[in-house]
Design a protein around this ligand. Structure first.
Ligand SMILES: [Zn+2]
Length: 240
């Protein structure tokens, strides 16, 4: 689904990932689980593209629900996988997830369903990223769509948001989401639950790094897109 010119949204519920398109070349932003590769191929073919048209894979952070088919696409397309320097080491390991928070909430029906979908879609066979290319805060990535990197540590140390100034699109990863991953309920912009974060206090503080973006279309890692003033999104998240 096209959200803005050259920005396509894929929802393999409840895991979002995105494809940026510029002059027929593609950037994959996050990569669900391994089992979502088929949805990806169908999606880019519906755009008239093939895997060779992927020029870059970029990751908002190194959690397994965002890395699923990244390495597979990168190998097939001979494309680099970009990730923030602070998550570079984690991207080279498998099954990076906040397991204790996930498993201690597995009694919740939504969480149980999500963990089941993760397993069915191959989370346990997620490939590590063999050769990640690290980037820094403020980088403008050499990738179709020219995403700007805003480092927003907290969820993980290398968590980032990607900003596309021309479309005023903010791909927020798990910095800001619109779905509660414990209950599944959709809502306004929010942080992920405290224990899903490596450092919750830092995650709250990082929102300040987004505050000057003005009116945006926010595309989160989980939940539906949200449009409005980023200051409002930040206020809602801090109050939530
Ligand atoms: Zn996530």
């Amino acid at each position: 689904m096209q959200i803005a010119p050259g920005v396509h949204h894929f929802n393999t519920d409840p895991f979002n990932w995105y494809v940026l398109e510029e002059a027929g070349r593609l950037t994959l932003v996050d990569a669900g689980f391994p089992g979502h590769f088929g949805v990806f191929m169908q999606g880019i073919r519906s755009l008239g593209r093939e895997i060779e048209d992927v020029e870059a894979v970029i990751l908002s952070h190194a959690h397994a629900d965002h890395m699923g088919f990244a390495d597979r696409v990168a190998r097939a397309a001979k494309a680099p996988v970009f990730i923030h320097r602070n998550d570079e080491a984690a991207a080279q390991k498998v099954l990076q997830l906040p397991w204790s928070a996930l498993l201690s909430n597995a009694w919740r029906p939504y969480m149980a369903g999500m963990l089941t979908r993760a397993a069915v879609n191959g989370v346990f066979s997620t490939a590590r990223v063999s050769d990640p290319r690290p980037f820094e805060d403020g980088a403008v990535l050499d990738a179709p769509g020219r995403p700007h990197v805003i480092h927003t540590p907290g969820h993980t140390a290398g968590e980032v948001a990607f900003y596309l100034p021309d479309q005023r699109v903010l791909i927020s990863g798990d910095t800001l989401v619109t779905r509660d991953l414990y209950t599944g309920s959709m809502g306004s912009p929010q942080l992920t639950r405290r224990r899903l974060n490596d450092d919750y206090a830092e995650a709250r503080k990082s929102l300040d790094r987004l505050k000057d973006l003005g009116n945006v279309t926010m595309l989160p890692g989980h939940g539906h897109p949200w449009q409005g003033e980023i200051s409002e999104a930040i206020a809602l998240a801090l109050a939530g």
